[in-house]
Design a protein around this ligand. Structure first.
Ligand code: TRP
Length: 455
């Protein structure tokens, strides 16, 4: 295929790693990981999580890389190239659909991070009482204009990066935003740990409590690992289609996994020491980031208003950056598909994706307010999209890509991609294949059955 020859690549290895890490590092790391950790036994959960990343996340990530780089096509096109005329392309289509759906509701929360950045900038949180924060969030998220507006702004920012292209848009923005994110997160964690009484927060996060290690902790760790590493919808396979021939797939996967995990743990080092320092018990879900924390930041640094101001502003900018590099990666999955599969020029393809995602995003945004009573299977629109994607489509996608590379794809191809045609040593090849063939699919099938309530 001649289009393969003309296809763009990331310009550098570090650019490729930062782009993939940008996809992985997102709201999942800063919002969900710390909470899951606190809830499931602190360091004991971190240990399980690390095993999930090492023994399932990384092999599946390498499988996605293999599919992407070998085919040099978007995720649906990839299966058409590697398994022509078979139903495997359905896995690609499901990935594109999941990317589209996740992008639409993820942008709503991403939009909130902009509102909170804006409020922090305008010093709008100073002097509020703890009840005010709850009220502020309730009013804001239910306001049909503001949340929709910020969601649309976020979508538009994402669009802007996508139309600049793979090298000038995705790679360049990751090279700027990821280092910024690293600096912010380290500074915030250091400040948080230096607060008085922060040890209790450290203890909550890090002290292993094996009594909380129940089967559900394993399930939570696995689900969290997939979502956090951006697996299951062909996001990383799309990025890998822009990797150069000499990129080392296992090393790249390792780097992305390490960065993603370090960011997640460091986010916990920001949230819990600060929360415990002021005696607030951290809670779950959106309220942690958008109700508890603004309050915690004001209380923790209340004596020195300028510190509270800076800390809060940095934190919400950090969240926005993390979310931004993730929305870019989801948008790219869909745009690359519309562009290559439907032969729509890239910019036009991006416009369609942005437009349709925004429309769907409006429904998600409104489900916190005027559409709160519209329920699908007892869930609001936002919750419904979140559930079918993260509980059904992602695990299914991850399982199928594992089976595809483990069983269907010619072993020679798998070897060529992992070893760069024999030029790299791959001592773990047999283990890798074993995981893809047996371990990962079975483990995922078990979570799946459990999550569906069938077990
Ligand atoms: N990994 C990102 C996070 O932690 C979200 C994300 C981006 C994602 N692309 C994805 C999740 C693809 C699943 C699949 O927030």
């Amino acid at each position: 295929m001649e289009s393969k020859q003309n296809r763009v690549n990331f310009g550098s290895k570090i650019g490729a790693i930062l782009a993939a890490a940008g996809s992985a590092v997102g709201l999942g790391n800063i919002w969900r990981f710390p909470y899951e950790t606190g809830n499931h036994g602190g360091a004991a959960f971190i240990l399980i999580y690390l095993c999930c990343v090492a023994f399932m996340g990384l092999p599946i990530m390498m499988a996605e890389f293999t599919v992407g780089r070998r085919s040099r096509a978007n995720t649906a096109g990839a299966y058409k190239v590697l398994a022509p005329g078979t139903p495997w392309r359905g896995v690609g289509y499901m990935g594109v659909l999941a990317g589209f759906l996740i992008l639409s509701y993820y942008s709503v929360v991403a939009g909130w991070t902009l509102e909170y950045t804006w409020q922090s900038l305008a010093n709008g949180f100073a002097g509020m009482s703890s009840g005010d924060y709850t009220q502020f969030f309730a009013d804001f998220s239910a306001n049909p204009w503001r949340s929709v507006l910020w969601m649309a702004v976020f979508m538009f920012m994402t669009h802007w990066v996508i139309i600049k292209g793979v090298k000038e848009g995705i790679e360049k923005s990751s090279k700027i935003m990821m280092p910024m994110l690293f600096i912010f997160i380290v500074v915030l964690a250091v400040c948080s740990i230096m607060l008085p009484n922060s040890e209790k927060g450290l203890e909550f996060l890090l002290k292993p409590d094996f009594s909380k290690v129940t089967p559900s902790a394993f399930l939570a760790a696995m689900g969290q690992a997939f979502f956090s590493l951006s697996l299951g919808l062909g996001c990383l396979s799309t990025y890998a289609s822009y990797f150069s021939k000499d990129a080392n797939l296992s090393k790249t996967a390792m780097s992305v996994g390490v960065i993603d995990t370090l960011v997640a743990i460091t986010a916990g080092l920001i949230i819990f020491p600060a929360a415990f320092s002021v005696g607030v018990s951290p809670d779950a879900g959106p309220s942690l980031l958008f109700i508890t924390l603004p309050n915690v930041f004001q209380m923790a640094f209340g004596g020195v208003p300028i510190l509270a101001y800076i800390f809060s502003l940095m934190f919400y900018v950090l969240l926005a950056l993390a979310a931004f590099t993730s929305t870019i990666s989801m948008h790219e999955v869909v745009t690359a598909f519309v562009n290559e599969d439907w032969k729509v020029p890239r910019k036009k393809a991006a416009c369609y994706v942005t437009l349709f995602c925004t429309v769907l995003g409006v429904l998600s945004a409104l489900s916190f307010g005027v559409l709160a009573d519209v329920k699908i299977f007892g869930l609001t629109f936002f919750e419904f999209l979140d559930t079918i994607t993260s509980k059904v489509m992602l695990p299914l996608g991850a399982m199928l890509v594992s089976i595809f590379v483990g069983w269907y794809l010619d072993r020679r191809i798998v070897w060529d991609e992992i070893s760069n045609e024999g030029s790299l040593k791959v001592p773990f090849f047999k283990v890798y294949i074993f995981i893809l063939r047996y371990f990962a699919p079975i483990a995922i099938a078990l979570i799946f059955i459990k999550e569906m309530g069938l077990w």
